[in-house]
Design a binder for this molecule. Structure first.
Ligand code: GAL
Length: 665
């Protein structure tokens, strides 16, 4: 049977070889069955251009193999060594202000540079030639967190070629970019630049096109490495670790499609229930980007993580709970950054599995506990990279949140009517509210035909929508689906042109409304609604074109006008929310929408910090129940404890911070 993977990044090249045996002994004590080797190890693998030193890596891989520990092998291309950047300065990235960065950190590479790309392909090929069929190899981990953007001359040339392929003629580009505004008309392709630092606001369409281009460059880099290793390593799944949920340097849907296995890094940014909601968000994104296929948590931290200039310390047991959250939501294991805390270097205070104080520590005891729990759940794991191994999604959600890179990037555009439009923050808020209501959510593109599989689709801050996305949402609702759309969504098309005739215009026919005027609220200003709720950040002057009014503005510039509407469209229902509701009102609105769409809680007692998720394992269904609150909770779920095998009383009591993995009766 496949085991859930447990372990993490192991960097033996940073330690004297005399200590490796102790590492392995501790790994076995903890139940570690997988390590990721080679991340950032380029200067140890290729210390001089074209000269490889594999001896240490041979010995490390053999040591793991001899001890039954599988290897995920990374290509080290996120950290080119000093020799590379001195020999190929064009392989270093240029920032928007024109500064060519120097080596001395990591991620200092130029994805547009031919020299970088061929050096990356060379080291990837050399690794695949040597280890591609090694029996310890479980997966390829290509690069690390793709994300570097360069604005220099190499990117400039590529950007022009990309634009020419996209638009064909300059007239078409000038139209799409609306360059008559501020005298930006281009008379030759050679006049076009990446959006380097300039005097005032950038052209929004130029900016989003550059983001799309930069994202494509990273995908090209990834694809080149995929091609290099795949032919030498048949049948071994390839992946790259996404940084979720806060980074967006590429389109995760496209990266997910290129990967055999989606893997993600997730670092908590809060303790307690808020942290748990954050972990659930990252895991649900990962599962969604994998489109229901098995996925894997590649990195997380047992304890201390850097967050806004200060290390976040976790509560006892948090590492265990967070790991189980990910497994519940579909991860085929729980891996960490990193095995042992470095004695020096930029991340010497970042938590690991073996802390500076050694194995006689709370952290290492919890690591052993986690290893034992994961080791006792062999029936949960599915083989990595297997397409739809369970014959369907590992976790089945009936509610989905619309997610696209364009929507995120559009909300980052210059010149928007309010700086309060934050795609990530708004999506997170809606996901958190669903999580607190005990519902598991997927993320979905509005032009995905699988939209029809959901009962309810939520559309917060989706400022830009292509024709296909607008049509996708419309036919979803017409076919009987329910939707909630938040203010300003559907205002732009994918060229960031405003649909004329009323804001939210791309979705207006489906919503049965016309938004006439935008009325952003002042900082700290709130407006009362007729429902008793309060709105903040935003209000609008809108009238209905077929929709029913569910709440009006009771005060403010839009007093007496609709604030929340609901429209029957075909067989479905589409709500529009024109302000930012307070938490209680958002919860009430979602509760109503979920009930109307028939989306039940996972268990009646799920929610408010009691997390309940059903996932398919290789041998059937498992229900993960985790109490993230500081109070005991009672759970009515007949079945057996999958970790101990013991029958569970019904109901059973779950103390604060405790969990149960249940085989339902
Ligand atoms: C990740 C990265 C790791 C490590 C970690 C620290 O983003 O992949 O190498 O730096 O952050 O939290």
């Amino acid at each position: 049977m496949t085991a859930l993977l447990f372990g993490g990044d192991y960097n033996p090249e940073q330690w004297p070889e005399s200590g490796w045996d102790e590492d392995v002994a501790l790994m076995k004590q903890a139940g570690v069955n997988t390590v990721t080797l080679g991340v950032f190890a380029w200067s140890s693998i290729e210390p001089r251009e074209g000269e490889f030193e594999f001896g240490w890596l041979d010995r490390a891989i053999e040591l793991m193999h001899a001890n039954g520990i599988g290897v995920i092998l990374a290509t080290p291309t996120a950290s080119p060594p000093p020799w590379f950047s001195l020999a190929h300065p064009e392989g270093l990235p240029v920032t928007a202000d024109g500064t060519r960065l120097a080596h001395g950190s990591r991620d200092t590479y130029n994805p547009a540079s031919a020299a970088y790309r061929s050096a990356a392909a060379r080291v990837a090929t050399a690794l695949a030639e040597r280890y591609g069929t090694h029996p310890a190899l479980r997966a390829w981990h290509l690069h690390n967190e793709y994300g570097t953007v360069s604005y220099g001359p190499e990117a400039e040339r590529g950007f022009r070629r990309w634009l020419e392929a996209k638009y064909g003629t300059l007239a078409e580009l000038n139209r799409a970019w609306h360059t008559a505004f501020w005298s930006q008309g281009y008379g030759a392709w050679g006049e076009i630049l990446p959006p380097q630092q300039t005097q005032y606001l950038h052209n929004p369409t130029q900016l989003i096109d550059f983001k799309r281009f930069a994202a494509q460059l990273l995908l090209d880099c990834y694809q080149e490495q995929i091609d290099a290793v795949k032919r030498l390593s048949p049948g071994v799944p390839v992946t790259t670790n996404f940084m979720l949920p806060t980074w967006l340097h590429y389109d995760p849907w496209a990266f997910g499609a290129a990967s055999d296995l989606v893997t993600v890094d997730h670092y908590l940014d809060a303790r307690g229930v808020e942290g748990a909601a954050h972990a659930a968000l990252g895991a649900d994104l990962a599962r969604s980007f994998g489109r229901g296929r098995p996925w894997l948590l590649m990195e997380q931290a047992m304890n201390l993580t850097m967050r806004g200039g200060k290390l976040l310390a976790k509560e006892p047991g948090a590492g265990l709970r967070t790991s189980l959250q990910h497994v519940a939501r579909g991860s085929e294991g729980a891996l960490f950054f990193q095995w042992r805390t470095a004695p020096a270097g930029s991340e010497a205070f970042h938590s690991t599995l073996v802390p500076h104080a050694g194995p006689d520590t709370r952290v290492f005891r919890e690591v052993c506990e986690l290893g034992a729990v994961l080791g006792s759940l062999p029936g949960v794991a599915l083989p990595l990279g297997s397409p739809a191994a369970s014959g369907g999604p590992v976790v089945r959600a009936r509610v989905a949140i619309a997610w696209s890179a364009d929507a995120w990037w559009a909300a980052d555009s210059p010149g928007l009517p309010s700086r309060d439009h934050d795609f990530y923050a708004d999506v997170r808020r809606v996901h958190r509210a669903l999580w607190l209501l005990g519902r598991t959510a997927d993320f979905v593109r509005l032009d995905d035909p699988r939209l029809a599989e959901y009962a309810l689709v939520l559309v917060p801050s989706h400022l830009a929508a292509s024709d296909a996305e607008a049509a996708g949402l419309s036919s979803f609702v017409a076919g009987g689906g329910h939707a909630v759309v938040w203010h300003l969504s559907g205002t732009f098309d994918d060229e960031l042109h405003i649909e004329l005739g009323g804001y939210a215009g791309r979705f207006a026919p489906l919503l049965g409304i016309r938004v006439e005027e935008l009325l952003p609220l002042e900082d700290g200003e709130t407006v009362a609604l007729s429902s008793g709720a309060a709105g903040s950040a935003w209000s609008e002057l809108l009238d209905t074109r077929g929709a029913a009014v569910e709440a009006e503005y009771a005060e403010g510039l839009a007093a007496g006008h609709p604030a929340i509407t609901a429209n029957r469209h075909g067989d479905g229902l589409a709500r529009y929310v024109s302000t930012r509701l307070d938490d209680a009102a958002l919860t009430a609105l979602l509760e109503r929408a979920l009930a109307e769409a028939g989306v039940e809680r996972e268990l009646p007692e799920a929610g408010a910090g009691l997390e309940v998720v059903r996932r398919q394992g290789a041998d059937g269904e498992y229900v993960f129940v985790i109490n993230h609150t500081s109070e005991p909770r009672t759970v009515e779920l007949p079945g057996a404890d999958a970790v101990t095998g013991a029958a569970l009383p019904a109901p059973f009591e779950l103390a604060a911070g405790e969990f149960r993995v249940v085989r339902p009766a």
